[in-house]
Design a binder for this molecule. Structure first.
Ligand SMILES: CC(C)(CO)[C@@H](O)C(=O)NCCC(=O)O
Ligand code: NA
Length: 614
């Protein structure tokens, strides 16, 4: 980029940005020195299970709303129109199902890690496979999150790229390691407000400087950026109502239903009611976040009329131009560019810190604690802190990998969620909704789901078939349809493999989830399905029973196989929940008689509840 074209920050902007970092570290320090001073894993990883719904809910939206969404969504709207907005439809079922099904089931099992469920329902091996898959997903995603803001800032303002990556990674590692989950949740709250403030500031100034609301509306309309409901059923069409509104539900379920970062927040809530309520409260804030990003893309369009920025900003234009636009708009308003940069980094920090803490949790709870049952609580906490730090350093390495990928960051993030999150979702669905599924089926299903998803995902990267149709870059002509067919015909006649590779990435989660369930069920039936009463009580949700509510009772008993919910005493070798009220015993692993009794009344009440419900 031409250096004379680069925008610069005033001293005031640096102060605003520095304040964000200082406040985040301050919150970390506060939780390092107050409360239990982070001396137990219960506090460090589970926030003492004492949180209320408001901070939990703001923290839930912050987890997967990173600089990727802040930059990527406006860039998407700018180049392809507002179709992406319809992903908002997926938020309804994508949050209702976790609130009604996943949270009650997981919360009542009194877990620390979501993957503990997999051992309760299947076996140790399945738990480890689930955990490793999650670690794989989050480590790649973390790299994208830490890289994105640094990269965009670098492209538009010449800010030192790797220096910014280092600062982000290190500040985040610092407060995560100091203050544990309490610090992570409360910095999320603060950072979510900064995130909204930055976006709103840009939109207000942007609308003002492009000539007011009606002018923005006119240009956007003339440039054909307002998309109607696209009901095209073609699964290779990147964004349609079906891919976004239906495929998006699976994506949302993999994030809000079974991802450890979110499950850990539900579990940190003081009661199940607060956990469920916090999930419902995500809905309006997530709609607001999506709406603001979309509006920002439209204002940007009104400003530049779809001008192609690849000359000005190099190959990275799509994502970098959002920062370019922001700097262009906010020039001469000292402090505001700083606020937007703070917004960007708030979004990134809140996501990365959730990733560090959840990765430290699963590594501790699923991979270390079960094999060192005699580890002392101090030791376990120390190891957890070391883990949070190591993942912080690993994230810097992963940022480099993202640098090498060089694709639209939104696309990369959504592909990772789908390819790796989808199979994990499938594994949980297999366990929760299909009582016959056994461990062999679960492992085979997960393997098949991952292979299927990585095949289509990597195939699409190698073949570069994103299926994207770029809209013509103008505010004035209205001939999109002709242009689109012209582009559509350029690609040669696709073979079935090419069509497979061009499956919309919005279907990745649903596609791989279904493979896991299908292969899981087939293998389970071949190897001997689980029998009545074999699964730990409370680990199966009587979905079929609820769906077939019209059948008479005896038929339902036959068909639905809801019997695993019959009370059964958890085996003494089995994993057990850590105590809720009393943090001191969480280092224990073989459940005492006392703990089993604690688990049992829960399980019993669930059985009764299910039986009356079914
Ligand atoms: C997770 C969704 C899809 C929910 O709208 C959205 O926040 C999103 O597109 N996120 C992109 C990934 C990110 O922001 O890191
Ligand atoms: Na975030």
């Amino acid at each position: 980029m031409d250096p004379s074209d680069q925008k610069h920050f005033s001293a005031f902007d640096y102060v605003v940005f520095a304040l964000l970092l200082a406040a985040s570290v301050g919150i970390g320090l506060y939780y390092a020195l107050s409360g239990g001073r982070q001396r137990t894993t219960q506090e460090f990883l589970m926030a003492d299970r004492s949180m209320r719904c408001l901070p939990v809910s703001l923290s839930l939206i912050a987890s997967f709303q990173s600089a990727v969404a802040i930059i990527g969504v406006p860039a998407e709207i700018y180049t392809h129109g507002t179709q992406y907005w319809f992903i908002g439809c997926a938020y309804i079922l994508g949050l209702l199902i976790p609130a009604r099904v996943f949270i009650p089931l997981l919360y009542r099992l009194n877990l620390s890690s979501a993957y503990q469920y997999l051992e309760l329902r299947f076996s140790k091996v399945v738990r480890i496979c689930g955990t490793l898959t999650f670690i794989f997903q989050m480590v790649i995603y973390m790299g994208v999150c830490v890289y994105t803001p640094a990269f965009a800032l670098n492209a538009a303002t010449g800010f030192q790229l790797w220096g910014t990556v280092m600062i982000t990674g290190l500040v985040c590692t610092l407060y995560t390691t100091l203050g544990g989950l309490k610090a992570v949740i409360w910095t999320d709250v603060f950072q979510t407000f900064v995130m909204f403030a930055g976006q709103i500031a840009v939109i207000i100034v942007g609308v003002e400087r492009t000539g007011g609301m009606s002018e923005v509306w006119r240009k956007v309309n003339d440039g054909n950026r307002l998309a109607g409901l696209d009901l095209n059923l073609d699964p290779t069409e990147r964004h349609t109502f079906w891919t976004l509104g239906v495929g998006g539900v699976f994506l949302m379920l993999s994030l809000y239903g079974v991802n450890q970062a979110q499950v850990q927040r539900y579990l940190s809530a003081r009661t199940e009611r607060e956990a469920v309520r916090s999930c419902y409260m995500v809905f309006p804030s997530l709609q607001l976040a999506l709406g603001l990003s979309c509006i920002m893309g439209l204002v940007m369009f009104a400003r530049y009329c779809g001008e192609d920025f690849s000359e000005k900003l190099g190959s990275s234009s799509r994502d970098a131009m959002v920062i370019y636009f922001v700097m262009d708009m906010l020039q001469g308003l000292p402090g505001l560019p700083g606020l937007f940069v703070a917004c960007l980094f708030s979004a990134a920090l809140s996501t990365i810190s959730s990733a560090f803490n959840s990765l430290a949790t699963v590594t501790m709870e699923d991979l270390i604690k079960p094999y060192f049952p005699s580890m002392s609580e101090e030791r376990a906490t120390l190891v957890s802190k070391a883990l949070a730090t190591s993942y912080g350093l690993l994230c810097l390495a992963m940022a480099y990998l993202t640098h090498l990928m060089g694709d639209s960051v939104l696309l990369v993030a959504l592909k990772i969620f789908g390819m790796v999150g989808g199979p994990i979702l499938g594994l949980f669905c297999l366990g929760m909704f299909f009582p016959w599924a056994n461990s062999i089926g679960a492992v085979a299903g997960l393997g098949a789901g991952l292979v299927g998803a990585l095949w289509v995902g990597i195939g699409s990267i190698v073949n570069r078939s994103s299926g994207a149709k770029r809209l013509p870059p103008s505010c004035h002509i209205n001939t999109t349809a002709a242009f689109q067919t012209a582009i559509g015909n350029v690609t040669s006649r696709p073979t079935w493999l090419h069509r497979f590779y061009s499956l919309s990435y919005m279907w990745y989660a649903g596609f791989s989830c279904l493979i896991v369930i299908l292969v899981g069920l087939i293998v389970s039936f071949l190897t001997g399905p689980m029998k009545e009463g074999e699964a730990t009580p409370g680990t199966v949700y009587p979905l079929l029973g609820k769906l077939l509510f019209f059948l008479p009772e005896h038929m339902k008993k036959k068909v639905c196989c809801v019997t695993p919910l019959r009370p059964a005493i958890p085996s003494p070798q089995g994993p057990c929940s850590h105590k809720k009220s009393n943090g001191t015993a969480s280092g224990q692993h073989t459940p005492s008689q006392q703990q089993r009794e604690r688990l049992l009344p829960d399980a019993d009440s669930r059985v009764i509840e299910y039986e009356t419900a079914v």
